[in-house]
Design a protein around this ligand. Structure first.
Ligand SMILES: Cc1ncc(COP(=O)(O)O)c(C=O)c1O
Length: 436
């Protein structure tokens, strides 16, 4: 029996409910593979983060890292909840603009922002540019001069703290491709350049130490490090940071061996660590910004699939194949990420076998789960993979020229398509015949 599914998520027919909607009906109405978000879950998590800051009387921003899932509807929900957002590309920025997201609450990240992307950000009055490297300082200097405008900036530093997490997704090591190194003096050099440029309004400093982090130690460490840097900058440059941004990375539960803290508990610990460190200095308490992506989008998402073929392998776990796979969720193939999957028509059915849940893509590595306990299934059954909301659809591809799934938002028993299913015509709409 799956422990993640609560009684409230099962309706009188015994089916899984998502946002008050019957998952089996959603699959039949909109087709599969289908990505469904429980919108209340998104709202709840943003509110929970905000609540911790408010209880602690700290100025803050909860900046949703939209790389986890970017869509007009998602930006709308985040904006309605008073969240800020991070974008990392012109495409994410464009989507946020089209969603009417308040641009003052957008931060622009990235380790190789193009001149065009920076121009777009400046022309649309993006709130903060998160400067990552010296090349970017030069590009931004040019763009600001050309337009004769100012912009808020923060410096991303590499704090030299590696969080205890999956090695593929760490970004806080000293040799990370992101940000200015502290030890070699790069960060000081960058600050000197920014402070010398009256068009750059230096707001503070940022670090992001990794993703799917379960332990507090890394966050406490980065909080301490950032305050130390802020104190050093005050002493050396007489510059006082008004924002300390500790990034995202709060881990979530995918499978039963995952035992993360509640995301809010990380924030509580970060606030305390920053306050304690600030008290040791003569700095004013800065605003604290966080950038959660996975913890907001992940638990809210479900991928619905229809069971198709089955292959028995003597002595080994059988393959049960669904109508999606690495094109709608590449994380298992890319990171060996694990998920739990239930039968949508009876999420608490007795589990009778362990299977390998295979995708339909022509790639041996296209296995959604190497070991999934399932009840008896037959072709046509709907399976719901849980906690797929982060880095699933946002990394989706058209591999094998499979159309990407539709995305539905479900809330209070109502469902709405927020990204249409791609059609075969969509797949070829950029193709041009070769005139030989
Ligand atoms: C700078 C930055 N902020 C925030 C995030 C979001 O991390 P998560 O989704 O683990 O919360 C990332 C993810 O890679 C990131 O690079």
């Amino acid at each position: 029996m799956n422990e993640q599914i609560t009684d409230q998520q099962i309706n009188s027919a015994g089916h899984l409910m998502i946002g008050g909607c019957d998952a089996v009906e959603l699959a039949h109405q909109y087709g599969t593979p289908l990505v469904v978000y429980d919108v209340q879950q998104i709202r709840r998590q943003i509110r929970a983060f905000k609540h911790v800051f408010e209880e602690n009387n700290v100025e803050y921003a909860v900046s949703y890292a939209s790389k986890a899932f970017a869509a007009i509807a998602m930006y709308q929900v985040v904006a309605a909840e008073g969240g800020h957002t991070d974008v990392v590309s012109g495409g994410e920025l464009y989507t946020a603009i089209k969603a009417g997201f308040p641009m003052a609450n957008v931060s622009f990240h990235g380790n190789n922002k193009s001149r065009e992307e920076l121009e777009m950000a400046i022309d649309h009055h993006v709130g903060t540019i998160m400067i990552d490297n010296f090349h970017e300082i030069e590009l931004l200097t040019d763009v600001l001069e050309e337009r004769d405008v100012k912009v808020n900036v923060m410096l991303r530093i590499t704090p030299g703290i590696s969080a205890h997490t999956n090695k593929y997704i760490q970004t806080g090591q000293v040799d990370s491709k992101f940000g200015f190194d502290l030890q070699s003096g790069q960060a000081d050099e960058a600050l000197a350049k920014v402070l010398a440029n009256p068009r750059m309004q230096m707001k503070g400093l940022h670090a992001h130490i990794g993703s799917q982090i379960f332990e507090l130690a890394g966050f406490k460490g980065v909080a301490k490090k950032l305050v130390e840097v802020a104190a050093h900058w005050q002493e050396k440059f007489n510059y006082q940071a008004s924002v300390i941004n500790v990034g995202g990375g709060f881990g979530i539960r995918y499978v039963k061996d995952d035992t993360p803290l509640a995301p809010e508990e990380f924030v509580e610990a970060i606030i305390k660590a920053i306050k304690d460190e600030i008290n040791k200095t003569n700095l004013m308490m800065p605003a604290i910004w966080i950038e959660p992506g996975r913890s907001i989008a992940g638990p809210a998402g479900y991928n619905l699939y229809t069971v198709g073929s089955r292959k028995a392998v003597p002595g080994l776990r059988p393959y049960v194949t669904v109508d999606g796979g690495m094109g709608d969720n590449i994380r298992p193939a890319l990171y060996e990420a694990q998920y739990e999957t239930v039968l949508a028509s009876d999420p608490r059915a007795n589990l009778v076998e362990h299977v390998r849940l295979a995708g339909k893509y022509c790639e041996s590595g296209d296995i959604l789960s190497q070991d999934q306990a399932l009840p008896a299934t037959k072709p046509g059954d709907v399976l719901a993979m849980l906690d797929t909301g982060a880095y699933g659809y946002s990394m989706a591809s058209n591999y094998n020229r499979n159309p990407r799934p539709a995305v539905v938002f479900a809330e209070d028993g109502k469902a709405q398509v927020v990204i249409k299913r791609e059609t075969y015509d969509d797949l070829i709409h950029l193709d041009e015949p070769y005139r030989q």
